[in-house]
Structure formats: C-alpha cells, structure tokens
Write a protein that binds this ligand. Structure first.
Ligand SMILES: *Cc1c(COP(=O)(O)O)cnc(C)c1O
Length: 369
C-alpha cells in the first residue's frame, strides 16, 4: 500500500520547518563528557520553585492521578481573581501560554486573515500563525531593539485580527512604557485584538512599565498573557493564563481544549501565586547581579550586547553561534543560538546565579582572549 502523503497535507504544513528542541540533558552530558550542565538556554529560574511550592509538590498523592483535573482550572482562576482583581470568568488557563497563543489564533483567524508582530521576537506567534495557514506580518524592530508601534500600525489592514506585542521583548528585553502602550491601543482603536505577552512581567522593575491587566477596562480588545514558567519556575508543569474582557475570554475559551492543564500544575500554580515569601525578590536580585556579570564580560571582550528587562542577555559573538554553542557545551554551558531568530551569530544567555555566570564569563574569556 502506498500513501500519497503530499495529497493529504496542506501546503502550509508541508512547507513548515518545525522547531527542534535540544536533546535531554543526560544525552548532552554523555555526548560532551560532562558531569554538570548549566542550562542558560531557556530563561528558567534556577532558584525555584518557591519553598511553599516545593512543599506542596512533595505532598502530592498518587491518588489524585486517576481523576481528571478541573476542566477549567476553577480554583486557580479564583486565586488569580483574588490576587490580580478581575473576575474569575475573565481568566483562561492553558498548558503553558504557548497553548493560549494557539487558542487565540484559532478563535479569531480564518484563511485570508493575518497577524502582526515583530520579526525578532518570541517565535511561537509566527509559527502558530504559519502552521495554521495564517499570514504572519513581521515588522522590523526599532534601532533600540523594541517593537515599532508606527510600523506595526502601517502593517495592519482590514484582515488583521491579532497583534502580538511581547512586553518586554524576548530576546532583546526592550519594552513599551505605559504611554507607548496606550498610544498604540488608542491608534488601533478596537480594529483588532492586541495581545500583550507579559511572560516576564514579574521581572520588570521599571516604574513606567505598564501592568496591562489594569488597562483592560479601558481597552476591550486587549488580551494579557502571563506564565508560571519563568519567574515562578514551573516550566515543567506547563501553566500559563490570559486575562481579557469577559466576552473576549469567552470567545477564546470556545477554541481552547478543556482539561489541558493537569492537577499538579493547577495546584502548584495556585500555591506560587499565593506565596508571599521573599522568593521573587531573591530572584530579581539574582538577575540584577547577572546583568552586571554579563556587562563586565562583554566590556572586557569588546562584545556587543543587548541587555534590557527580563532574565536574559544577548551577546554578539565573533564566530558562528552554532560553533560557539558547541564550544561552550564542552565547558558545561548550554546557550541559545539566535541565528534562527534573525540575530545571526548572537547568543542568548539566561541570567542565573552569580557564581555560575562568573564561570561562564571565565569560559568565554578563555575562548576569546
Ligand atoms: C517563555 C515564554 C512564554 C511562555 O511559555 P509557556 O512556558 O508556554 O508558558 C511566552 N512568551 C514568551 C515571550 C516567553 O519567553
């Protein structure tokens, strides 16, 4: 029997080049002969999760496993409402915020529609649009590596359903302040949905950085995404959420798979949210120190770098990023290559504990001095 796969597969799937995750740590360690691997590639928080969450996870009984989770994460949404303000009906919880990107595209886009975002940002917006058969309009960043509001407005047309604004931007750390965000939302004037992806919200310490959840009542077309993967250090459990007006949340919920968030994830996210320990403050202090270490390393080596908000830094390297990735792996550091993100020969490095970054700095210095 022969299978005519090409005749079954839509062109937008045939032409799509999927993301290839890095191999498991144990395999990398075997391949590179390492007894330790420092993961600097995924913006994870090595201090976490917080002690309260650790305790909760340690106490989870296998007896909860035969039972389906809450299909709509009700208890977690109640905690979100308690801590953040909006009614629980305005929150939607997903299997990581990546699932919510997919749900929002499914809810609003049909063939012929388009989305608008930046060319050098979190790639999942573009990928989900493209493998869904939806055009992704990618607008170049400004010279200071931020989203360009005027160029994005110019890229919009009558078929633009969604605009994704990564605030602060992964990987550059640039952000729109509240005035810029408001000016953009005023200019969009409700013509399409604007998603503010605040995956790094808890890391930003700038007074002019907008908390978009507080803008929701003024802008009914605004959708705010957050995640438990980054600051709260629950990346393995896959929990993210969105907050929007009740009508918009209801529409996105129709395109969203119920039961996609498992029980340990719901419980841990709720505990992380309600935890008032100094964990978040300790993480912010770690990241502030990390920025200094990377700045000093780049100054010493004469490397161009981009460091903004968020727990990551970008470094421009004089050799190919894939070659440098391999050299750094041999020394026990896994970094993110950025050529695929339209930053040829840049690497992105997560800002982790100071001693680890000092070792990283020594490794870089020994490679390039
Ligand atoms: C990490 C990240 C996410 C979230 O990922 P999930 O783990 O799927 O919640 C979303 N947006 C940006 C910009 C990120 O960097």
């Amino acid at each position: 029997m022969s299978l005519q796969l090409d005749q079954l597969v839509p062109e937008h799937i045939r032409l799509f080049d999927p993301y290839r995750p890095s191999p498991p740590d144990a395999e990398l360690m075997r391949r590179y002969g390492l007894d330790r691997l420092h993961r600097l590639n995924n913006n994870e928080n090595p201090l976490g999760p917080s002690p309260a969450v650790r305790e909760l996870l340690a106490g989870i009984e296998a007896g909860i496993v035969p039972v389906y989770p809450h299909g709509d994460s009700q208890n977690l949404r109640e905690a979100l409402s308690e801590v953040l303000g909006p009614d629980r009906s305005r929150f939607l919880v997903g299997n990581g915020s990546c699932e919510l990107i997919s749900s929002v595209v499914k809810a609003f886009c049909e063939p012929g529609d388009n989305i608008v975002t930046a060319d050098k940002t979190f790639a999942v917006y573009e990928w989900v649009a493209r493998f869904s058969g939806i055009e992704a309009r990618l607008v170049p960043l400004t010279r200071d590596h931020g989203f360009d509001p005027d160029a994005m407005l110019a890229a919009m047309d009558g078929r633009t359903k969604l605009v994704f604004v990564c605030n602060p931007n992964n990987p550059t750390g640039a952000y729109w302040n509240e005035a810029t965000m408001r000016r953009f939302l005023d200019a969009v004037d409700g013509r399409c949905i604007v998603v503010a992806d605040e995956a790094y919200f808890e890391y930003v310490e700038r007074p002019d950085y907008p908390d978009c959840i507080r803008l929701l009542d003024e802008y009914p077309n605004l959708v705010v995404f957050r995640t438990f993967s980054k600051m709260h250090a629950l990346a393995a459990l896959r929990v993210g959420y969105l907050c929007a007006g009740e009508d918009v949340t209801d529409v996105i919920g129709r395109a969203h798979v119920a039961y996609s968030v498992n029980t340990p994830a719901q419980l841990a996210a709720r505990a992380a949210l309600l935890d008032r320990s100094p964990f978040v403050e300790r993480t912010r202090a770690m990241v502030r120190q990390g920025r200094e270490v990377i700045r000093a390393a780049c100054a010493e080596l004469g490397f161009e770098h981009i460091i903004g908000e968020g727990n990551y830094a970008m470094i421009r390297t004089p050799i190919s990023d894939t070659l440098l990735q391999r050299k750094l792996l041999r020394r026990g550091f896994l970094v993110r290559t950025m050529t695929g993100f339209r930053f040829p020969n840049w690497i992105r490095v997560s800002l982790v504990e100071r001693p680890v970054l000092e070792e990283f700095r020594a490794a870089l210095t020994s490679l390039f001095r």
